[in-house]
Design a protein. Structure first.
Length: 280
């Protein structure tokens, strides 16, 4: 049966996105935002480059998919090209046949051939174990809840990893057609917030200058901060760390070196904020 599968690079077309959306919404029925319109924005609209991915077909039917969003980044002070895995799915009728491993191997080979040096991902308590068959664990993401905004030390430590955001890329990221982002403040003191789905609680997606979000923030008394940033000064802030046992889905940051050199960034100096992944 394994030899009956056909593996192809991600197809960037309306039909391709519709097929992927159908598969993703079959595998993740609660993820109603995974529409063809959303994939057209997420996979095809990124000014840093189209998503890299692989599809698996059984006959003419899409039964497996994996994709990663690409971006420029700094690794130990050097500007490189990386990517972040956003979606992976295998149709329930085709599980148990190592399709995820074969799809990811094809995607990693394609990305390495195009000069990408690393792939990151975030795993929850269910997906972290399978991810660690292909990735290395960096560390769990911080989760804090509180009032106001966290403050950054200036200068902070030199990041071992940090995604580079241009204004054009920020405009694209904040134009998510399935999101309801809102702004608070302006300029370097401004921020973009995302609703968490819980009453009275917003997530801090982005802080700093750059393009504004689509509208003013609603009044939510509490805010959650998810990510990693050694330059944030939590002392004296109105934020408390959320114990892992109380988190509905603890997230772990994982990393795969695509160069063959086995490089792993220092986990204590990684900058990875809400803007860099797709929790909200």
């Amino acid at each position: 049966m394994a030899d009956d599968y056909r593996f192809e690079p991600l197809e960037h077309s309306r039909l391709g996105y519709e097929r992927i959306s159908d598969l993703l919404r079959t595998v993740f029925p609660k993820a109603r935002h995974l529409t063809a319109r959303y994939l057209d924005w997420h996979y095809g609209g990124n000014p840093d480059g189209r998503a890299i991915g692989c599809n698996a077909f059984a006959g003419g039917t899409l039964v497996g998919h994996m994709a990663a969003i690409v971006f420029p980044c700094r690794l130990e002070g050097e500007e490189r090209r990386g990517m972040y895995m956003v979606n992976g799915a295998v149709h329930p009728e085709h599980r148990g046949r190592r399709l995820q491993s074969r799809i990811s191997a094809a995607m990693f080979e394609q990305a390495a051939g195009l000069g990408y040096v690393a792939c990151l991902g975030t795993g929850n308590k269910w997906s972290t174990g399978p991810l660690l068959t292909r990735f290395e664990m960096l560390r769990p993401l911080d989760a804090r809840i509180g009032l106001g905004m966290p403050r950054r030390r200036d200068p902070g430590p030199e990041p071992s990893f940090e995604r580079i955001w241009s204004e054009e890329a920020l405009r694209w990221r904040l134009a998510n057609p399935e999101a309801r982002y809102r702004t608070v403040g302006s300029g370097d003191g401004g921020a973009v917030l995302a609703p968490t789905g819980l009453p009275g609680l917003d997530s801090i997606l982005y802080q700093g200058g750059g393009p504004a979000g689509p509208g003013p923030a609603r009044r939510a008394p509490l805010r959650v901060w998810l990510g990693l940033d050694p330059a944030v000064d939590w002392s004296g802030s109105a934020f408390l760390s959320v114990p892992r046992r109380l988190r509905p889905s603890p997230l772990n940051l994982v990393y795969r070196d695509l160069t063959g050199g086995g490089f792993l960034p220092d986990p204590d100096r990684i900058v990875f904020r809400g803007l860099d992944f797709d929790a909200f």
